[in-house]
Every structure is written in structure tokens, then in C-alpha cells.
Ligand binder design. Sequence first.
Ligand code: CP
Length: 304
Amino acid sequence: MKRKDILGIKDLSRSEINELLSTANVMRDMIDRSEKSNALRGKNVTTLFYENSTRTRNSFELAAKNLGASTTSISVAVSSVQKGETLVDTGKTLDALKTDVIIIRHQVAGSCDLLASNVRASVINAGDGMNEHPSQALLDGLTAARYFGSLAGKKVVIVGDIKHSRVARSDVRLFGKLGAEVTVCAPYSLLPDGMDSLGCEVDCDFDRAIAGANIVIPLRVQKERMDGAYFSTREEYHEYYGVTQKRLELCADDFIVMHPGPINRESEISGEVADGKNSMILEQVQNGVAVRMAMLQLLTDGRD
Ligand code: CP
């Protein structure tokens, strides 16, 4: 892979995505055999998270360690950001400390692009505002591809808070590039304008959207990005847009349920479905480490 940064699925070609997924498959086999590698020995990987995270941050750190890199983690809440340091100045400081890869999560869309164009280190976007979350989409693609093989013609339904979701935007792009047919579904209040321009169908009727689906991806209602009311009650939301065992009867014969996490039980997904036999939620977490190993290895290969 000949690129300095991974900032979004939008920028990745189909062949780059395939290279990332096939390398991630190799990494997943390594993890299953409890093997590690020294491919990133002597490199430093820094996580710089301006927003909370459990899965993404930990799995990037595990991925770096599995490849023999040293890791540094900057907690923004106790860093010099609190003294007014700008993102670019923080990035230049990390450059001076000789970090090789900066993994950034930020509440502002486009902040990773700003950082990437001002630092020597490679930058990986771990989620920027409502824009993109490329490592999540790649691990979703890996999980689905390991289950189904080819995703060509598979029907993907992404349901929930599409408006505030960077995962939705990255998943629509990724599954589209892998040949799947994607529908996004939400109440009107949670559907942003122009989603169809990303190459997906848009539907407000979940029972219609889920019919014949192979891959169902519920998304959490992102209260932290909301400034008003978008639906009346949690119970009503669950009734019309929740993924329940009853609703899954409308899917294709062979289907899986994925969720980027964190999940809110009895809101966008019932506890029964989250823990059920079609749920791939914990498999996604395991594939997350493999995908992030692939991203780190392919980005640093050949970089001085
Ligand atoms: N899916 C995801 O980004 O989870 P975290 O917020 O825990 O990293």
C-alpha cells in the first residue's frame, strides 16, 4: 500500500481494501494461533483520543503490540490540550518525539486530515465527528466476508441513528465497494440529506427494509451528538426500529447481525438478539485487532 495515511474509506480503492482485508485474514489466523510478529519492531504508535473509546483504542494498542511496536497513549483530559495546545501543535510535538503512527479520534469532522497534512508521521482516523470511522468499516467487512465469502449481491441493512453516525457513512462506502447492496433505515428525523449520493437505498420503514437481508447492522442513538428530541420514547423507538428476534424472521435464510458497539440493549437491539446465535458482535471485536494490525503493517511497510 503506497499511502502515508488512512483517513477514510472514501479515499481507499477497491484493491487497497482487498489488500487490507486479505492481510487482516492472515493476522486473524496469527491471533488464533497466539502468534506475534516483529514487523513493527523499533516503531512507535501513539493513540490520541479526544473522545471516549473502549474497543477502538484498546484494539489499536493491542494490534501495535502484537506487531512488536512500542505504544504511547495520550489522554487528552490530562494532556496539554487542556492548556490550549492546538491539534497541529500537538501533532508537531509527537513528530518531534519520533512517533511513527498517530491514531486519532476527534469530535470534529476533518480533524484527521488537518493533522495528517501537518505531520511527518502516518495518521489513522479512529473516528472524526460524523464523517468516517474506516477501521470499523474494515472490521465489519472482514467479519461479513469471513462468514459469507464474497459479499457481491449480499443485502446489507444499516438501521438506527444514521444522521449522527460516522460508522454508517464508512460502512455504506465499504460494503458498496465490495459489491453489496446497502439500505439505510431510520425515522426521518435521524436521516441526513444526501445519503443516497453515497450509493445506498434509503427507507424509513424497517419491516420493508429488513426483508431478505443478509447483514443487519443496528446503530446506537448518539445522544452525545444530539441537541434536541429526535423521537418520542425509547420504547416507541425500539418498537419501530429495534432489531428484535421477531423482526429477524423477515431476513434471508442465512443472515448475521453486527453492531459496532457500544450496544444499548432494548433500544436499537434486544438483548436476546445481541446474545443470540446470529450475533457477530464479539467476533467483530476480535476481527478489530486483526484489521488494525493489517492497517499498521501496510502503512508502515517501506516507510523510512
Ligand atoms: N465501535 C467503536 O468505535 O467503539 P468504541 O467507541 O468503544 O471505540
